[in-house]
Design a protein around this ligand. Structure first.
Ligand code: MN3
Length: 210
């Protein structure tokens, strides 16, 4: 079966005033949809690949036929990155992490505010389009890194637990070229409960593979 878009888990205007409704609508219904359409178009030549979970497809790109590898990397990456991105946000979230995840932030970055600064600097400093991610390494340490374009960290065996879209289409309508203001506003809609669950799931996955 072809890949499909999950419904956006909230209304287009749910993240106002931090992320405006028009941006959310264009971002989901046009950009995310276009990555999906192009991914399916590429896979139409090799329909057996539809059976692979998207994570598997992207983490083993070398096993994808060469003539569609670039398209799967770019459009499959765009499809996966955005599907994750929507779930990292919600309306009126708790504004600080708690529990084990909060302890890990303190251990690896210092205060919560230190963590946000380091992550924001990585996102603001990333040249051009891409994503900044938070993930857990094999020593269970929290790590921050960025990828260009629609590349995913899955290629390197990394499953991100949080990430922010740095493409101008994510913020240009409201913030124009002011990526720093967009990132500053974005923190207000990060769903820390979801990120805590992602963190717990990653620890389980890492423990299971050790
Ligand atoms: Mn985007």
């Amino acid at each position: 079966m072809k890949y499909e878009l999950d419904p956006l888990p909230y209304a287009y205007d749910a993240l106002e005033p931090f992320i405006d409704a028009r941006t959310m609508e264009v971002h989901y219904a046009k950009h995310h949809q276009a990555y999906l359409n192009k991914l399916n178009e590429a896979l139409d030549k090799y329909p057996a690949l539809y059976e692979r979970p998207i994570e598997t497809l992207l983490s083993s790109l070398e096993s994808v036929p060469e003539d569609i590898q670039t398209s799967v990397k770019n459009n499959g990456g765009g499809y996966y990155n955005h599907a994750r991105f929507w779930t990292f946000m919600k309306k009126d979230p708790y504004h600080e992490p708690s529990g084990e995840f909060a302890d890990a932030i303190a251990r690896d970055f210092g205060t919560f505010s230190d963590f946000k600064n380091i992550f924001s600097q990585a996102a603001i400093g990333h040249f051009g389009s891409g994503w900044t991610w938070l993930w857990v390494d094999l020593d269970k340490k929290l790590m921050i890194s960025s990828t260009p374009n629609q590349d995913t960290p899955l290629n390197a065996g990394i499953v991100p637990i949080l990430g922010v879209d740095l493409w101008e289409h994510a913020y240009y309508l409201k913030y124009q070229n002011r990526r720093n203001e967009y990132i500053e506003a974005w923190w207000n809609v990060v769903d820390w409960e979801a990120i805590e669950r992602n963190y717990a799931r990653e620890l389980e996955r890492i423990n299971a593979n050790l």
